[in-house]
Ligand binder design. Structure first.
Ligand code: ZN
Length: 222
């Protein structure tokens, strides 16, 4: 809907009402929101994304973002991400820029707790996620463990190391010759996604040399 055409003769108060009433449906006014972790969610996270046996961040160090995105059908959706409070503004701004561009689609954005905190299951479901207090394959704390990394559309943007590609469905997109810019949900150098995170000083796993992690953005490049 073009508001200027439809609303040119209504007063400013009526226009404001229209904007507010249409806030959920109108893509242009959807904004990222950040909130403390609610009690019920914190309880749900225990033993899923938050693990007592690891040195995970405290509840006050994390925030829940409600993130507008366009799904693979182009419909506006609101997803959930948990990130570190210290990077919440950077992540929120990056996803706001991506949404406002209207040029990128995200398959799904549910908390990884809905997959039992299991990264493999979340990736297989092509889920976009952030906080997960876990170690890497090498046993080090992942940047996700601190809420300082984001994975986007893991199927179109898989992790690749030697013969290993995760998730399995990502094999269709796991080397440069397969990564055509016109594939829905794919992240390529210089697109709206890499530029949005670069503006926040975040770095992309698609630039890694030994292994490559096309889905991964982090504040420190790890
Ligand atoms: Zn990652």
């Amino acid at each position: 809907m073009n508001l200027r055409i439809h609303c040119s003769r209504v007063g400013s108060i009526a226009l404001l009402f229209l904007l507010l009433a249409g806030a959920e449906a109108d893509a242009r006014v959807a904004k990222v929101a950040a909130d403390p972790i609610p009690d019920a969610l914190w309880a749900y996270m225990q033993g899923r994304s938050w693990r007592a046996e690891l040195r995970c961040p405290g509840r006050d160090e994390l925030v829940l973002l409600r993130v507008p995105y366009r799904d693979f059908d182009g419909a506006s959706q609101t997803g959930s991400l948990i990130v570190a409070r210290s990077v919440a503004k950077a992540v929120a701004t990056a996803f706001q820029d991506i949404y406002d561009s209207g040029k990128f689609r995200i398959y799904r954005m549910s908390l990884i707790d809905e997959f039992g905190g299991d990264d493999a299951r979340s990736m297989a479901a092509n889920n976009t996620s952030a906080f997960n207090c876990r170690t890497t394959d090498r046993g080090a704390m992942s940047r996700h463990a601190y809420g300082m990394a984001v994975d986007i559309n893991p199927v179109q943007n898989p992790y690749r190391e030697g013969n290993l590609t995760e998730p399995e469905a990502g094999r269709a997109y796991d080397e440069p010759s397969k990564r055509r810019r016109d594939i829905v949900g794919i992240i390529v150098d210089g697109d709206v996604v890499t530029r949005a995170f670069a503006r926040q000083g975040w770095r992309w796993g698609g630039h890694w040399k030994r292994s490559v992690d096309y889905q991964h953005f982090s504040n420190d490049g790890h």
